[in-house]
Every structure is written in C-alpha cells, then in structure tokens.
Design a protein around this ligand. Structure first.
Ligand code: TMP
Length: 256
C-alpha cells in the first residue's frame, strides 16, 4: 500500500496522490467509528461496499447535472476522484427525525419533518463538529453566500433524487450528510460534490419493516451490520455476486 504518497488518513478512508495531476485515490477502509472516534470497530467488507455504493450514487447524481468528484473505479477498494479544496462543512439533509435532531429538539424518532431540513456542521474533530449558522460560515469565510446558495440548492436536488431512487428499492431515505469542494476549471471555481455517499453517512430504513440498513446498526450495537451494507448494495443491484470471502480481503486493491 506504499506505492503512492499518502495525503491524508481519515476515519473511514485514506487519500493518496493520484496518477495524474489534479487527481486523488480514495481508499475505502473497513474501519468504523462512532461518536467522533469514541467507539471503534471493523465492519468486514464495508470498504468494498462503500466504494461501489458511492460510485453508483455519484454517477446517478452526475446524470441529473450536479458535478461530482468521481472519475472512475480503480479496484475493489479504490476510486479515482478529482482533487478539490474541501469546504470545511458537513451538510446534513433530514426528511425524518432521527439521530442528533431527536436529542436536540426532543422529537420522536421516525416523525416526518414538515419539510426537508438542511443543517451545517463545522468539520472540526477537536470541537466535535459543532452545528453552525450560515452567518458564521460567511463571517469566518468558510464559504461565500453564493457558494452556500449553490450548495443548498444541490443538497435539496440530491435529496429529491435520492429519495425517489431509494423509494424504488423499498427504502426510506431518512437523512444524509454531504461534503462539497472547490474545483478549479480554467479560470472558474466550480462547486462539486465530494467525499462519499454510503450507509456510513446516510440513514436508510426498510419501508415495510422499518429495519435500519445503515451505520446506526454499528453505532447502536443492533447486530447484522455487514448484512445491512450488503443489503443496500444488493438492492441497488451493484453487488449481486457479493462474496464474503472476497470482501474479507483487507487489501482488496487488485484490479477487477
Ligand atoms: P446526526 O443525526 O448524527 O446529526 O447525523 C445525521 C446524518 O449525517 C446521518 O445520516 C449520519 C450523517 N453523519 C455523518 O456522516 N458524519 C458525521 O460526523 C455525523 C455527525 C453525521
């Protein structure tokens, strides 16, 4: 794994310098954390699933005209993406009350929200990723007013699109987190979707049973964690041949 210069290691991914200028290799790990690193574990095959799930969703999102960083899959655990300057915000869109909004506002988990809500969190582990206001974002130059308008518009379009896509496979999209970056295209700066979209950063509930099919199974010790990631990939028809022995391969960087 030392064949390329490592740029950054996060909780779930490692970034390496890409083969061409302006590109980055995203390596998806099986490591899982919750509560800002307080709980640590391994979800076997998660990296392989998330590589494929994120590729699939990013390509679908690109098809509706929203630019993304995804370029191409390299192997089971790696994808090539455009290098961007990450905007230091986590953009959360919520359709149904779950997770932190339940605690913050004393809502009942599962309550449909009056309309999709968009929240911003500052990406700062030391501060525990605090919820921030748009006024903070512009005052501290984390992003401009125009950038935020574009980000919110993209986030809501992605929400509408993904809500429909997942309804089609019997899943309710409860909430999800997005990250955006700045990409220099000729003289212009373009806002593009970055990071990943996977069961690590979305809440997916089965429509019929209400069963959770996302990282909450790990966060809340609900069991059948690996199975939940595989079920999402299976319903999206992107890993019909999922073979647990292959997924156990920790390196998994051979070409496929
Ligand atoms: P929350 O309810 O914990 O605020 O999470 C909302 C959504 O954002 C949920 O789908 C999980 C995702 N998320 C991340 O991907 N990374 C994070 O650091 C947090 C706090 C949430």
């Amino acid at each position: 794994m030392n064949r390329r210069r490592q740029i950054y290691e996060g909780k779930a991914k490692i970034l390496y310098e890409g083969p061409e200028p302006g590109t980055i290799v995203q390596y998806f790990k099986d490591d899982a954390t919750a509560g800002n690193g307080a709980k640590k574990g391994t979800i076997i095959g998660k990296g392989v699933m998330n590589n494929r799930i994120s590729e699939y969703l990013m390509m679908k999102i690109a098809n509706i005209g929203i630019p993304t960083h995804f370029l191409r899959r390299l192997n089971m655990r790696e994808q090539l993406v455009k290098a961007v300057e990450i905007i230091p915000l986590e953009i959360v869109v919520r359709n149904v009350a779950a997770g932190s909004i339940v605690k913050r506002l004393g809502l009942q988990e599962g309550t449909r929200l009056p309309r999709p809500l968009v929240e911003y969190y500052l990406k700062n582990d030391e501060l525990n990723d605090p919820l921030v206001l748009e006024d903070y974002i512009t005052a501290f130059n984390w992003a401009t007013v125009n950038e935020m308008d574009e980000i919110v518009s993209y986030a809501l379009r992605i929400n509408d699109f993904l809500t429909g896509l997942f309804l089609g496979i019997g899943i309710q999209l409860i909430d999800f987190k997005l990250e955006f970056g700045r990409f220099w295209k000729d003289e212009d700066i373009q806002i593009i979707l970055a990071d990943e979209i996977s069961p690590d950063n979305c809440r997916f509930w089965d429509i019929e049973s209400g069963e959770k099919l996302d990282k909450d199974r790990f966060r809340r010790d609900l069991g059948k964690v690996e199975e939940a990631y595989q079920e999402i990939a299976r319903r999206l028809k992107i890993l019909p041949e999922a073979n647990i022995e292959v997924l156990k391969n920790k390196e998994g960087v051979e070409s496929i």
